[in-house]
Design a protein around this ligand. Structure first.
Ligand code: NOJ
Length: 720
């Protein structure tokens, strides 16, 4: 349809039709209560008419080609204007082929593979009838207590922005209208949902505008620059105003300053929640504030559908605002080709063929193995298949390895570690003592664990959080492993055997009680459909671990937030006076995290040659080349992530100790050397000043090159 056609359609719509077009409901309104699709928020009685349901603009949570074809056909036959429904769902890290959780993908430092994972998720979704995914989630996070850290790629604005771009490109491709293998992406949660006070879910966010722009906004902006079609509002306040009713954020910044022309959708019930937040007295005022802020679609509450027509008729809302919102929704439907082809990519036969196919699972396996982070290795890994192992713990034979936001991932198809390892090793070489629960190790389980361990050369201890312990509503005040598991570690440690601990979790953990006690620790996250195979690949050296943390692991919870790009303060700790009380430090713990951003070990070793720079002067027009030669000095082929950080030594506002500005992933065979070149230009040195202008300052800069944010070599240059 062309724009004239859309305008004609809009002109035919009554105010009630328009308000219904702006409503999004879950599947039970379309297929009956027995089949809800996913419920990811409170279900309140909406008190809406059947007529409104017939005219509704979009649905969330259902999937499956046959089902969505039936719903669309029924809708088209009943909607008096025959406007096709939009089908949306949370396809966060895979549809049925589940990739590692986004935090793990962040640790792969592999944006091409991330893009490929999103393209596969899009293909499986599109063929199953979906049009829009509520992803990517690009909220920057510094607090591991928050359960949704699992859904973000981490703590760094630069890395998060690269991933935001990659995910949007993977989901949407270049031509949404004609490429039926793609779906529209929805970046979320705008804005700064990751900065909730105390790491508590749905909690207040209060950041300076400077901090918001400098750290939290870049990844959303990157998604917009990549052409993302939708933006989702966040639940939290921004400068005292909940995002969903925040005109300054949504109209002034998102629309006017950034030029976003796509659809702005509320998060689940977020318009109605303006009432408990305390900026609306009732649903009518909530609808008023949300439309004034520019929210186009209301997810799962009925403030718009009940009150928008009345608000327009009373003159409180200009109908142009409603028209503009409806037009954006119609334009998205049109871009997806739904007016010509309301069923779009939905195809039950192809669905059978494509979804969870071998090719997709291989990519999941590859990405999973690249996202595992080796945190410690006292010469025990890789294992050899001739060793006897005792596989112990709650994740020894668990199918709970997909992580939150993976409803369609079929647990039935998942291979557990026990299955994979038994297939790989001769049965005589593996004894298993699995525990049923994450919070309890029964006496029998403990006895079996000790028995199995006694006969083994190596204990492989699979520990972690259940997937329910992170994700939405998954905040924790204690980020250690459950006590029962820590006790299991202590009991096994007494046997003085080599112990390899595998960790399954959705957040950086406080690893006291695990790290010292283990001979090796492999952070596995929730690795997805092919996770167990990927872990076995790494355990036995078929893959050399190459993951690097995209979020710091705190030394202790009391440090949180602890992140690499912090300020130095006016009283930094001095190496020469470590006990000086009047410096910025704790009396009882170090300032540094246990494992810094960018950290991860390999089975091989890499040595860095001297870092050279082509000049120590940079102008606005010139560039500096930074070179370093990296050599694989160990005895395994492996991948190294060479990282470049910069510090502005003296800024108009204080600049962080280090900021990631680039990285290169090298594949090096044994003994091989490669030279890496980074190019630095003035553009990379820009930042937000106190008046929020974005520019660089002349003066001295430090650049750092190394294998993580801590272990680096330094050079200096001047911007003149
Ligand atoms: C609430 C979550 O915050 C959001 O991320 C998700 O997309 C919606 N529910 C829909 O499920």
């Amino acid at each position: 349809m062309n724009q004239r056609g859309l305008e004609k359609l809009l002109a035919e719509m009554t105010l009630e039709d328009k308000a219904a077009q702006m409503l999004q409901l879950v599947g039970s309104y379309f297929v009956g209560a027995e089949e809800d699709g996913e419920i990811t928020g409170p279900m309140e009685s909406l008190g809406i008419s059947e007529d409104a349901v017939k005219q509704v603009g979009s649905e969330l949570g259902l999937s499956g080609a046959a089902k969505l074809i039936a719903v669309q056909q029924h809708h088209m036959a009943n909607d008096k204007l025959a406007i096709p429904l939009l089908f949306m769902a949370d396809i966060i890290h895979g549809y049925k082929t589940i990739f590692p959780i986004p935090l793990a993908i962040g640790c792969a430092w592999d944006v091409e593979l991330a893009e490929q994972s999103a393209a596969i998720a899009a293909k499986e979704s599109a063929v199953s009838g979906l049009h829009v995914t509520f992803a990517p989630m690009v909220d920057l996070i510094r607090d591991p207590r928050w359960g949704r850290v699992m859904e973000s790629t981490g703590e760094d604005p630069y890395l998060n922005s690269l991933y935001a771009t990659a995910f949007v490109r993977g989901f949407q491709g270049d031509d949404l209208t004609n490429d039926l293998n793609r779906v529209a992406a929805c970046v979320k949660h705008f804005a700064a949902y990751g900065a909730g006070e105390g790491g508590r879910e749905y909690n207040t966010v209060d950041l300076s505008e400077w901090q918001l722009r400098e750290y939290y906004l870049p990844a959303y902006k990157a998604a917009l620059d990549a052409g993302v079609e939708l933006v989702m509002t966040s639940f939290n306040t921004v400068h005292g105003v909940p995002a969903t009713g925040n005109k300054k954020l949504m109209r002034d910044l998102l629309r006017d300053e950034w030029g976003f022309e796509g659809v702005l959708i509320s998060d689940w019930a977020a318009i109605m929640e303006l009432i408990p937040h305390g900026i609306a007295e009732d649903e009518k005022e909530a609808a008023l504030k949300a439309i004034l802020a520019g929210v186009d679609i209301e997810m799962m509450t009925s403030c718009y559908v009940k009150f928008l027509p009345e608000l327009v008729r009373s003159g409180e809302v200009d109908e142009a605002l409603v028209d503009e919102a409806v037009m954006r929704i119609l334009q998205l439907k049109n871009k997806l080709g739904l007016f010509e082809n309301p069923l779009r990519g939905a195809n039950p036969e192809l669905e059978q063929e494509i979804v969870y196919c071998e090719e997709h699972r291989q990519v999941a396996r590859q990405l999973a193995s690249k996202s595992l982070v080796l945190l410690k290795n006292d010469n025990v890994l890789p294992l050899s298949t001739s060793q006897h192992i005792a596989l112990i713990g709650p994740f020894a034979n668990s199918k709970d390895i997909l992580g939150s936001w993976s409803w369609r991932g079929a647990e039935g198809d998942i291979h557990t570690l026990e299955q994979v390892l038994k297939e790989k090793l001769s049965t005589a070489n593996v004894k298993v003592a699995a525990c049923e629960a994450v919070h309890e190790v029964t006496e029998t389980e403990l006895a079996q664990a000790i028995e199995a361990a006694k006969y083994a050369d190596v204990i492989v201890l699979a520990l972690g959080e259940s997937s329910e312990m992170s994700g939405e509503g998954g905040s924790r005040s204690d980020i250690r492993l459950p006590q029962a598991q820590l006790e299991l570690v202590q009991a096994l440690r007494k046997l003085n055997k080599a112990m390899v601990t595998l960790l399954f979790n959705g957040r950086p953990l406080d690893l006291h009680g695990v790290i010292e006690e283990s001979s090796a620790v492999l952070e596995c996250w929730f690795p997805g459909s092919e996770g167990a195979t990927a872990i076995s690949d790494v355990l036995y050296g078929d893959m050399n671990p190459s993951g690097r943390l995209s979020m710091s692991f705190p030394y202790a919870l009391g440090q949180v937030p602890v992140y690499y790009n912090h300020f130095q303060t006016g009283r930094p700790i001095k190496a020469s006076e470590p006990d000086n009380r009047y410096t910025s430090k704790y009396l009882d713990i170090p300032n540094e995290p246990l494992f810094p951003f960018g950290f991860g070990l390999s089975y091989t070793t890499f040595s860095y040659g001297e870092v050279t720079i082509s000049s120590d002067q940079l102008t606005k027009e010139s560039s500096i080349e930074v070179k370093v030669t990296v050599t694989n000095t160990g005895s395994y082929a492996g991948e190294e992530v060479v990282q470049l950080y910069i510090r502005d030594i003296s800024g108009e506002v204080v600049r962080p100790m280090k900021e990631l500005k680039g990285f290169k992933k090298l594949e090096l065979t044994v003994g091989e050397s490669q030279e890496v070149t980074f190019t630095i230009t003035e553009k990379q040195l820009r930042y937000h000043h106190s008046d929020l202008s974005f520019s660089s300052d002349t003066g001295q800069f430090a650049l750092f090159v190394g294998s993580n944010s801590r272990d680096v070599a330094e050079k200096r240059f001047r911007l003149v």
